[in-house]
Every structure is written in structure tokens, then in C-alpha cells.
Design a protein around this ligand. Sequence first.
Ligand SMILES: Cc1cc2nc3c(=O)[nH]c(=O)nc-3n(C[C@H](O)[C@H](O)[C@H](O)COP(=O)(O)OP(=O)(O)OC[C@H]3O[C@@H](n4cnc5c(N)ncnc54)[C@H](O)[C@@H]3O)c2cc1C
Length: 233
Amino acid sequence: MDIAFEGFTWPERFLVLTTPFDFEAMRGMCFRNYIADPEEWCNCFKVAGDGPPGLWRLVYPADPDAPEESLLADDFVQNKLQNFFPLEEPYEIVHRNLYTVHQRVAANFRKGRVMLAGDSSHVNNSIGGMGLNGGIQDAMNLAEKLTRVWKGEDQRLLDLYDLQRRSYARDFVQEQSIQNKQRLENNDPESRKKSLDGLRATAANPEKARQFMLKSSMIEAMRKVDAMTLEGS
Ligand SMILES: Cc1cc2nc3c(=O)[nH]c(=O)nc-3n(C[C@H](O)[C@H](O)[C@H](O)COP(=O)(O)OP(=O)(O)OC[C@H]3O[C@@H](n4cnc5c(N)ncnc54)[C@H](O)[C@@H]3O)c2cc1C
């Protein structure tokens, strides 16, 4: 559609491993874990899969200069797992892949009769789980407006879709997902302490914790952009 996809691509790819090892039963872990080790970060979370135990997914940053074959080799991926979660036997790995990670938002979500939604209009790193969730919000927003246009309302409603959803992707998801990644990879002892103390203080205060949840579950930003009007912007 000749629409610019503005933003950047991270130098490191994300190594994604999937295993039936039950991190909840065997290690008492919850369904979403973000591990900010000073030397390396890791995400470990439950994904859909027949079970029990179902499937668990691990995400690590991968050296941008290493060849793909060595990053996906058995020894390498077993070491990755063993470094974070030591086990006496090798892990069963049912899927492994390397992903190139972008932070990009389309310059416009509407061109005439063509509307962009989901990953065709915005992509971000997966830390915080905002990609698919944002795409579902796009679909809800657009479906409501398309119905109204179909029933005879002004086509400018489709420009409002562009304004609301592009603002959301650019001002909220990009900023939050970049911050999430930076928090995990931060290895400066002083700012790590400050950031973790901040999270602990938020968790200990019910009102602050609620605000944090409204923000990280993407509800607060959705309410904000849903209130935007073409006249007001
Ligand atoms: C490693 C990883 C982890 C992620 N984790 C999360 C997470 O925890 N939470 C979250 O919310 N999101 C997550 N995401 C993001 C999420 O997967 C995407 O945002 C979501 O799948 C995008 O959905 P979509 O329908 O917009 O695009 P897609 O899933 O890319 O679907 C587009 C479809 O269009 C098809 N297609 C393309 N071209 C054509 C054509 N010319 N004709 C016909 N069909 C075509 C493609 O084959 C594809 O099936 C993650 C992504 C990755 C890579």
C-alpha cells in the first residue's frame, strides 16, 4: 500500500524455546515470569497446549553476531535452559526458533478503502504481551466504526479509527514495550535497585497496584484513545 512502516529493528534476535517441562509443578513458578538477571534476561510463561502439563515457552536475547545454526544447536539451547533453571537431565524441547524483533508503526492506518489492523499496522517486542492484544483492540474499534459507516454515517469515522489506534500504538505500546525490555536488560546496580524498589512499593500499595494493572493490561490507554475525537486532536 506504499505506507511507511516507521521505527527500528533491534540488533539482537529473540531465541524462543518451547518445552513440556512443567515449571509450575516442578519449580513453583507462576504463569508469566520476567527474570531480570544482571547478566541476561529471560521470560518464562505458560502457553496453550494439550496437557497436563501443556507447554511452556522461554524467550532469551540472542547474540546478533552468532550464526543461526549455533544459536539453535542442541548444546546451546540446553545450556540456556540449564543456566537459568538447572535440571539433572536434558530438557525436552518441542519447538525452537529465532525471531527478528521490530518496533514499528505504520504512518497511516487508512488509505482510501484499505484499513490496516494488527501486525500489519504495528509491531513491538513481545515483553509485556501487547502485540496480539493490541490487534484485538484494533479489530473491536474498527468493527464498530465500519458498522456505523455501513449504516450511513460519515466515512470520517474511519479517519477517527486511524487517529485512535495509531496514537495508541505509537504513544503507548511502543513506549511501554521498549521500557519493559530496558527494565529486563538493565545491568546497572543502582538503577536496577531503584526500578525494583519502585515495583515493590507499587505492589505493596493497593491503589498504586490497581493503577499499574490498568496500565499494563492496556485498559487505561485504550480508554484514553477511545475518548479522542477528530475535532479535539
Ligand atoms: C515470539 C513471539 C511472542 C509473542 N508473544 C505475544 C504475547 O505474549 N502476547 C501478545 O499479545 N502478542 C504476542 N506476540 C505477537 C502476536 O503473535 C502478533 O501480534 C499476532 O499474531 C498478530 O496477529 P495478526 O492477525 O495481526 O497477524 P498475523 O498473525 O501475522 O496474521 C496474518 C496472516 O495473514 C497471512 N497472509 C499474509 N500475507 C497474505 C496474503 N497476501 N494473502 C493471504 N494471507 C496472507 C499470514 O500467513 C498470516 O496467517 C508474539 C509474537 C512473537 C513473534
